[in-house]
Design a protein around this ligand. Structure first.
Ligand code: UFG
Length: 329
């Protein structure tokens, strides 16, 4: 059984990844400082509480376990916060990641899978977005992701550290078994906020602008189910373990839903009214972000299993209903 170190494995995507790997005969080993993650979300494999900047702890983990690859989910991910506190983002997302990569080189760990983001592209010049779309991120968050991608290119060249960067569009949904889900604090993402409104935890959903150049005036996004993301990581891992070259891949469903469409689907699935009102635009939101994932389909053999928004919302709703206060429920 191969050991895979999952940094940020107590967070939303990392925790689902640990479970998914454990069902596919890999041993997930989780390292998380629990700043954003939840101890209750770590249900598979050994757990180490600590930071990716703690070289001593990393040395110990790499000495105690033969690690076949590292998967990185340990970034801060709020675009708005990154504008107000760029130092926090460059420190954690770039400097601490660099520290981790240096220990990997020292310990001769040769495979890295990185959670990147469609935020590396910035304002789209064409839709759907392919991997060679210009990369002009418009937030510090997006820039931190692009910088790490560039570091990884340089590390491949200089040290032979092979890597795959997976550029997610909008990760959503929850574990189909209902065991894991999305629990951010504060929550800023659309689907969990709509479902919290359905649960009566907030009076209404704010729709950030309805004057965008889209069919109903609200922003269009490409939502991708968390388990489809996990499967893409597994395929990326297997690509690296068979010594095929790394690179960057978009992960989305090539289909966009507007904010209003998302709220409608949530109303149908929950059977709740879900009040919503239009407020000012949120700064930094592009009108439309839709992925071309043809490269991932071609090279990785990836095919989304849960592409429809109904299933994405259903799995999220099951988790939110059963865990109204997240992992503190
Ligand atoms: N939205 C609302 N009301 C809300 C919350 C969100 O109308 O209360 C809208 C946003 O304006 C956006 C859409 O719903 O148009 C989706 O917003 P999210 O915050 O759920 O997701 P984003 O598209 O902003 O963010 C995602 C990822 C980020 C990534 C970013 C790239 O979560 O990690 O795409 O732009 F950086």
């Amino acid at each position: 059984m191969k050991n895979i170190l999952i940094v940020g494995g107590a967070g939303y995507i990392g925790s689902h990844m640990a479970k998914y790997l454990s069902t596919k005969d890999y041993m997930p080993i989780v390292l998380d400082n629990l700043v954003c993650g939840h101890r209750g979300a770590v249900k598979y494999g050994p757990f180490f509480e600590g930071s990716i900047s703690d070289s001593n702890l990393l040395q110990k983990i790499f000495s105690d376990y033969p690690i076949s690859a590292v998967m990185h989910f340990a970034a801060f991910c709020y675009v708005g916060e990154s504008v107000k506190e760029p130092a926090k983002y460059y420190r954690n997302n770039v400097a601490d990641t660099l520290a981790l990569l240096e220990v990997m080189v020292e310990k001769n760990i040769g495979n890295f899978i990185f959670s990147s983001s469609c935020a590396v592209y910035g304002e789209p010049v064409e839709i759907p977005i392919t991997e060679d779309h210009p990369k002009r991120p418009i937030s510090p968050y997006g820039r931190t992701k692009l910088v790490v991608e560039q570091i990884l290119d340089d590390f491949r060249e200089a040290y032979g550290l092979e890597s795959i960067c997976l550029r997610y569009f909008n990760a959503a949904g929850a574990d189909p078994d209902g065991e894991l889900g999305e629990d951010h604090n504060p929550e800023t993402h659309l689907i969990p906020l709509v479902l919290k409104t359905a649960l009566g935890q907030q009076p209404r959903v704010d729709i950030f602008g309805d004057d965008y150049p889209t069919p109903d005036g609200t922003c269009v996004r490409d939502y991708i189910h968390i388990e489809d993301l996990a499967r893409a990581h597994l395929l990326a891992l297997e690509r690296l373990l068979t010594c095929l070259p790394g690179g960057a891949y978009n992960l989305g469903n090539a289909e966009g839903y507007s904010v209003k469409q998302v709220i409608e689907v949530c109303r149908r699935i929950t059977g709740k009214e879900i009040p919503a009102s239009v407020v000012e635009r949120r700064s930094g939101d592009p009108a439309v972000l839709v992925s071309s994932s043809e490269k991932a389909m071609r090279d990785l053999g990836w095919k989304p299993q849960f592409p429809d928004l109904e299933t994405i919302v259903e799995t999220a709703w099951t988790w939110h209903k059963n865990n109204p206060n997240g992992y503190d429920t």
